[in-house]
Design a protein around this ligand. Structure first.
Ligand code: ADP
Ligand code: MG
Length: 339
């Protein structure tokens, strides 16, 4: 029989990879914001139209790219962030897979404008469905702007599958919150359909949380601070009386990366035992700093789950730290006793 195996053309491989990286407009928002952070930006602007279905644009004042790098950045597995597999264990960046821009460009119309500080002129690049439509020299501010238009224009099934603008905007706002909360030292602006919905100046952690969740949040916060050899923990838990029926304001960050962990969640819940009823959930904003070699972030493309070397120790430290702080701040239990 004749040989039947063929290598997939790049644009097809990119489109398949895009399925993993880009589930919805919010995934694009996350990837672009993270790239802006990795570029060392101090001011990042997010602009969206129609819940990201027509436009998602991120403008940063970071390091920018040379013309060659701008072009290369859209190739699959093209990254400036790691070079060897060992680098995975000393990651200081959000990205490292080199897949985001290639994936996004495979399923949308993308325009990038970028300039390095040392260059007088920058590069404007237009890519549609993995094909470079034009590349020219342009006058543009220092930093990078990436505009993503008509997401999933060439995958109608995906486009039709998108939820209402309200739902998609909710997902985008969640991603924005997570990145903004992880980087209070960066100024963020967020515009939706022409109106500003967030303007977050550089601030400390408490102020950033309050700026995002509203002035009333300030009185709810009990500070957590714990420095050990294994981990530094900082941040806040909400006083027991502000616990909610819904699980809303619960955030873990590890080395400034938002993560989900039902195991660590359990540690916090355990610290609230005896202070709140089972049917309500405590709020928390908790930041862990660990040695990058003690975690594995590489287990999922969207990187919201990570593996810790020593989960049990982390659990114990977290639980006792939260318990201690709740005790120190003299919080009273808010249990209703049912007979
Ligand atoms: P990754 O972030 O995993 O490296 P991406 O596809 O997101 O992969 O980006 C590819 C490369 O393009 C990055 O490694 C970086 O060098 C460059 N890049 C992307 N966005 C920006 C930006 N906003 N500013 C400067 N460089 C960028
Ligand atoms: Mg990236």
């Amino acid at each position: 029989m004749a040989d039947i195996i063929k290598l997939l053309p790049d644009h097809v491989a990119n489109q398949i990879a895009a399925g993993e990286v880009v589930q919805r407009p919010a995934s694009v928002v996350k990837e672009l914001l993270e790239n802006a952070i990795d570029a060392g930006s101090t001011h990042i602007k997010l602009i969206i139209k129609d819940a990201g279905k027509t436009l998602i644009q991120v403008i940063d004042n970071g390091m920018g790219m040379s013309a060659t790098d701008a072009r290369l950045s859209f190739e699959r597995h093209a990254t400036s962030k790691i070079q060897t597999a060992e680098d995975l264990f000393k990651l200081n960046t959000k990205g490292f897979r080199g897949e985001a821009l290639a994936s996004i460009a495979a399923i949308a119309h993308v325009e990038m404008n970028t300039r390095e500080e040392t260059n007088d002129v920058g590069t404007k690049l237009i890519i549609e469905g993995s094909k470079v439509v034009s590349q020219e020299v342009t006058v543009t501010p220092k930093g990078t702007s990436v505009a993503v238009k008509n997401l999933f224009y060439n995958i109608p099934a995906r486009r039709n599958f998108l939820k209402s603008d309200n739902v998609e905007l909710r997902h985008i706002t969640d991603e924005f919150h997570r990145v903004a909360m992880a980087h209070p030292n960066v100024h963020f602006d967020f515009y939706n359909n022409g109106s500003e919905i967030f303007n977050l100046p550089v601030s400390n952690l408490r102020q950033r949380v309050v700026n995002i969740f509203g002035g009333k949040t300030n009185e709810k916060l009990v500070p957590i601070s714990e420095n050990t050899e294994v981990v530094n923990i900082n941040g806040f838990v909400c006083k027991p009386e502000f616990s909610k029926k819904t699980r809303g304001e619960q955030f873990f960050f590890v080395n400034n990366r938002f993560i989900k962990s039902s195991y660590l969640h359990h540690a916090v819940s355990a610290a609230f035992e005896g202070l709140i009823n089972d049917n309500v959930h405590p709020g928390y904003f908790l930041y862990f700093e660990v040695n990058p070699s003690s975690i594995d972030i590489n287990i999922h493309p969207t990187k919201t789950e990570i593996k810790f070397d020593d989960e049990h120790t982390l659990y114990a430290i977290l639980r006792s730290s939260v318990k201690h702080s709740l005790g120190q701040f003299n919080v009273a239990p808010v249990l209703d006793f049912e007979r």
